[in-house]
Design a protein around this ligand. Structure first.
Ligand SMILES: [Zn+2]
Length: 119
């Protein structure tokens, strides 16, 4: 089960800090509130507002979708690079999300504000 912690974007940083979503992989700007996925007290990764608004099941589906686009998900190496740890991390993350009933109201409201300001 995962939960979301919100945090203010970098203080004293004039340009908008960018983050990589741990679910869909998109690079996105943090405007007012950044969001992170926590498993207990350990950081799982950043999560973008779109994934928060999709809910845990939707975010898990995005992870599974990324895994499906790998030509050989069971393969050990790609271009000599070992990606097994990454795949295992992603699969574990999807499983944790699927065990999460919903994201907190605070997180969903923050995500709705972030996407609204982007338009
Ligand atoms: Zn995302």
């Amino acid at each position: 089960m995962l939960r979301i912690a919100t945090f203010p974007p970098g203080t004293g940083d004039l340009h908008t800090p960018s983050r990589d979503c741990a679910c869909c992989g998109a690079r996105y700007p943090v405007r007012r509130r950044g969001m992170r996925l926590l498993s207990g007290d350990s950081l799982e990764g950043d999560i973008c507002p779109e994934c928060v608004l999709q809910g845990p099941a939707g975010a898990a589906a995005r992870i599974r979708g990324r895994l499906l686009t790998l030509d050989d998900p069971g393969g050990d190496t790609v271009g000599g690079e070992d990606r097994t740890p990454w795949v295992q991390r992603m699969m574990r993350r999807a499983r944790l999300l699927e065990e999460t009933p919903s994201f907190s109201l605070v997180a969903r409201q923050a995500a709705a504000r972030e996407t609204r300001e982007r338009r």
